[in-house]
Design a protein around this ligand. Structure first.
Ligand SMILES: Nc1ncnc2c1ncn2[C@@H]1O[C@H](COP(=O)(O)OP(=O)(O)OP(=O)(O)O)[C@@H](O)[C@H]1O
Length: 375
């Protein structure tokens, strides 16, 4: 079966939930692609995955695989396999028979299913583990067995529900590499639920960003970071800099000054919030050229530091590598590459600010500049 997955107008409510868990969700993913379903807890990601798999019946809408409507098609007949956060292996079967189960359940003779299972065991780099009891596996090994069992069912669509979230960082990296290898060899369509933006960026080429039962944005990982469609999408992707102002002739005008915007987009004229990815902002010794700022805060973040800067009353954050010593109170020069900039509409953001005056990126000096009111 062709593994294109299309979700049309999917809605789902549960008894006792005041708002729909899925609210008219539309999504289309190409065969062989990997899409991360990303978003906060309770946004409806797992419910969508379960509805696609057939484990949950939607109230409205439909799921198509390879153009075929899956309504009424049992989960085991959809050409899909699912791996959950916990491996859910059969405790009474050894590793090999757990994997062979995918074949025997389809009527493949046990002997043939075991030969096949051994190949999948090799594929997930667990050769020699076939006779082991599943209760004697580490978390990472058990999850690899669960993936092998899912793949042994020859699914055209692989559904992964936070499959690596219980693993330590090294093991997670190893599993990401394994998934990339499995994709090269078997090329299933993958939908993977994750909370983790970094994991989504490593594993998937596309992200469907969820909030409140809806998809806010579905685009490539790169566009999700560089061109969020809304302030909410920017925040969910970890964007830390929001500067109110106005767009005019392809530039953004604010307390920071006039900053040219990427010229590959026709930015609409009018009020707009400038977004500047914190990872792209460079901070160097004050040299009089470029944007001048004063460091107002420093915070360690493992291999990088989060620098809080005050530039003409605008609070900005930059993530910079360790290197030259930086100190609170120091005057520095900031460089914001044009490619790190984007603008989102100002009009749909009221609900995101508790108070219209509480723009997080403005100091009282910046607010005064914006509103023309002295403080
Ligand atoms: N069977 C159910 N009965 C009632 N409510 C449910 C049921 N399944 C899910 N929900 C509710 O639906 C909402 C969405 O749940 P879902 O598991 O899809 O979210 P999620 O985005 O995957 O969250 P998480 O990342 O925490 O797993 C939650 O509020 C959850 O409590």
């Amino acid at each position: 079966m062709n593994g294109t997955v299309t979700v049309e107008g999917l809605s789902k409510s549960f008894p006792g939930t005041s708002t729909p868990v899925l609210d008219d969700v539309n999504l289309s993913v190409e065969a062989g692609s990997c899409t991360a379903l990303l978003g906060p807890s309770g946004a409806g990601k797992s419910t969508l995955l379960r509805a696609v798999s057939g484990l949950e019946v939607p109230d409205a809408g439909r799921v198509l695989v390879g153009g075929q409507d899956m309504a009424g098609v049992k989960p085991e007949r959809r050409g899909m396999a699912m791996v959950q956060q916990r491996p859910l292996l059969f405790p009474h079967l050894n590793v090999l028979d757990n994997i062979a189960f995918a074949g025997t359940v389809r009527g493949v003779p046990k002997r043939t299913a075991r030969v096949d299972a051994a190949e999948f065991l090799d594929l997930v780099q667990l050769e020699g583990f076939g006779r082991r009891q599943v209760t004697a596996l580490s978390g990472g090994q058990a999850q690899r067995v669960a993936i092998a069992r899912a793949l042994a069912a020859r699914p055209s669509v692989l559904l992964l529900d936070e499959p690596f979230s219980a693993l330590d960082p090294e093991l997670r990296s190893a599993m990401h590499a394994l998934l990339a290898e499995l994709r090269r060899r078997l090329n299933p369509t993958i939908l993977m639920v994750t909370h983790d933006r970094s994991e989504a960026a490593v594993v998937a080429e596309n992200i469907a960003l969820f909030s409140g039962g809806r998809i806010l944005q579905h685009s490539s990982v790169e566009l999700m970071y560089s061109r969020p469609a809304s302030l909410e999408a920017s925040r969910l992707m970890g964007g830390a800099n929001e500067i109110p102002g106005t767009v005019c002739n392809g530039s953004h005008h604010s307390a920071l000054g006039v900053l040219p915007l990427p010229c590959d987009t026709a930015w609409p004229t009018g009020p707009g919030i400038l977004l500047a990815r914190q990872e792209s902002i460079e901070v160097s010794a004050a040299d009089g050229a470029g944007l001048q700022a004063t460091i107002s805060g420093l915070q360690g973040m493992g291999p990088r530091r989060l620098v809080t800067l005050d530039a003409a009353g605008v609070v900005l954050r930059a993530e910079v590598p360790w290197g030259r010593g930086l100190a609170v109170g120091e005057n520095v020069t900031m460089h914001i590459p044009t490619s790190a900039l984007a603008v989102v509409d100002d009009s749909d953001t009221a609900h995101l600010y508790a108070d219209a005056d509480e723009r997080p990126s403005l100091t009282s000096r910046g607010r005064a500049a914006l509103t023309g009111v002295g403080h």
